[in-house]
Design a protein around this ligand. Structure first.
Ligand SMILES: [Zn+2]
Length: 344
C-alpha cells in the first residue's frame, strides 16, 4: 500500500458507514446528497463566478493580511490539537473548530466521534455545527470552519445548507472530499443554498501525519497486528500538494507572493513568506485551555500532552519543504495505557 492509499484508507475509515446511514437519518439536516452526482465537471470549474456573486462574508474583525497568515495557522493548530485529543480516546483524528469572523471568538469545536458513538454520521463538522444550529443569535455567514481534513460530501452538503461563511481545511479527502477533490458541493450551481468558499492546504501535512499516527496505533494494538505492511508509514513522504483552486482563487486567499506553492506541488504554505514554522510557534497550554468544550468533553489538557502533540509533526523549512531530517515521535497508545495503569 503506498502512502496515498494509506491516506485514503484513513479517511475512508471515518466515512465508510456514512453513505448508507445518513440519508435515512431524519434527525440530521443532511439532504440533497443523492442528486449531486448529476453535476458535470464543466459546471464545477466555474465556481469562482458563484463565489464572487453569491457569497457574502461580513467584514471580519481582523481582515486578512496576505503577507501574514499566522492567525489561520493558530486556528488550524488548535483543530489539530483537538484531533490529537480524539486520538487519545481512540477516535480517528479529524477535528475542527468554528469561529466567528466578526467577534473573533471560537464558538464550537468538533471531532470525529464515530467509534465511541457507533454512529457513522458523527463527523467533526456535524458535531461542531449542531451546537450552534438552534441559536437564533448566530449568523452562519459570519462563521469560518477550520477542519484538519477536507469535509466529506455529507458534511459539505450540511455546511452549505447551514449557510456557513467559509471553510479552511488542511489535507484533501481523496475518497469522499466534498470541497473539490471528489465533488464541489460548496460551489455546485444545481444546489439551492448559497455556495461557500473553501480553501485547503494550510497545515495539510500535519493533518495527514495525525491520521498516520492513528493507523500506527491501530495496527499495533490489533490482536494480530498487520504492522508489516505499514511499518514505516511515519517515515514516508507526503503526497504532492494539489490545491482544489484555480490560480486566481489561490492568489485571492494566499496572496500572489505564494504562487510558487501553487505551481510547485512540493512546497507547503507557510504563515510568513520565506519563513518556515514549527507547531510550537502557534499554540501553547494557555491557548489550548481557552478552547471551549475541549476539556469538559475530551479530558484535561496538560503540558505533557502539548509536548507530545508538538513532537508528532515535522517542521517546515524556510523554503516551504517538510523537514524530514528531523526525527518525530509517533503516538504510542501502549505507552499511554501503561502509564495510566501505573498512576492508578
Ligand atoms: Zn464528514
Amino acid at each position: 500500500m503506498n502512502m496515498v492509499d494509506i491516506d485514503r484508507a484513513s479517511v475512508t475509515d471515518q466515512t465508510t458507514d456514512t453513505e448508507s446511514t445518513t440519508i435515512n437519518n431524519s434527525e440530521d439536516k443532511v439532504l440533497n446528497i443523492v442528486n449531486i452526482s448529476a453535476v458535470s465537471d464543466g459546471e464545477l470549474r466555474n465556481g469562482k463566478d458563484l463565489m464572487d456573486s453569491k457569497t457574502s462574508i461580513v467584514e471580519p474583525k481582523y481582515p486578512d493580511n496576505l503577507d501574514d497568515l499566522t492567525r489561520h495557522f493558530v486556528y488550524m493548530s488548535l483543530s489539530l490539537f483537538i484531533g490529537y485529543k480524539a486520538l487519545l480516546i481512540n477516535e480517528t483524528p479529524v477535528a475542527c473548530l468554528i469561529k466567528d469572523e466578526v467577534t473573533d471568538k471560537i464558538l464550537s469545536i468538533g471531532y470525529n466521534f464515530t467509534n465511541i458513538s457507533l454512529n457513522g454520521t458523527q463527523h467533526a463538522e456535524l458535531i461542531a455545527v449542531k451546537r450552534l444550529i438552534d441559536d437564533p443569535t448566530i449568523n452562519f455567514k459570519n462563521l469560518v470552519l477550520y477542519v484538519t481534513v477536507e469535509p466529506c460530501i455529507m458534511c459539505a452538503s450540511f455546511l452549505r445548507q447551514c449557510g456557513i461563511g467559509k471553510v479552511i481545511y488542511g489535507c484533501g479527502n481523496d475518497r469522499f472530499g466534498g470541497n473539490g477533490t471528489v465533488l464541489s458541493i460548496h460551489l455546485d450551481k444545481n444546489l439551492l443554498d448559497d455556495p461557500y468558499p473553501s480553501f485547503g492546504g494550510i497545515m495539510r501535512t500535519e493533518g495527514i501525519q495525525l491520521l498516520r499516527n492513528f493507523y500506527i496505533q491501530e495496527n499495533e494494538s490489533a490482536p494480530q497486528p498487520k504492522v508489516k505492511k505499514n511499518k514505516d508509514i511515519d517515515q514516508k513522504l507526503f503526497p504532492p500538494n494539489e490545491f482544489n483552486l484555480t490560480k486566481e482563487e489561490f492568489v485571492s486567499f494566499y496572496g500572489s507572493g505564494r504562487e510558487d506553492v501553487w505551481e510547485s506541488h512540493d512546497k507547503e504554505i507557510t504563515p510568513t513568506i520565506g519563513k518556515g514554522y514549527t507547531l510550537g510557534d502557534f499554540i501553547d497550554l494557555n491557548v489550548a485551555n481557552e478552547v471551549p468544550f475541549l476539556e469538559e468533553e475530551m479530558g484535561k489538557v496538560d503540558q505533557d500532552q502539548i509536548n507530545e502533540f508538538f513532537h508528532l509533526f515535522y517542521d517546515i523549512t524556510d523554503e516551504g519543504k517538510v523537514d524530514y531530517l528531523k526525527r518525530i515521535e509517533k503516538y504510542n497508545s501502549k505507552k499511554r495505557k501503561l502509564s495510566e495503569v501505573t498512576e492508578v
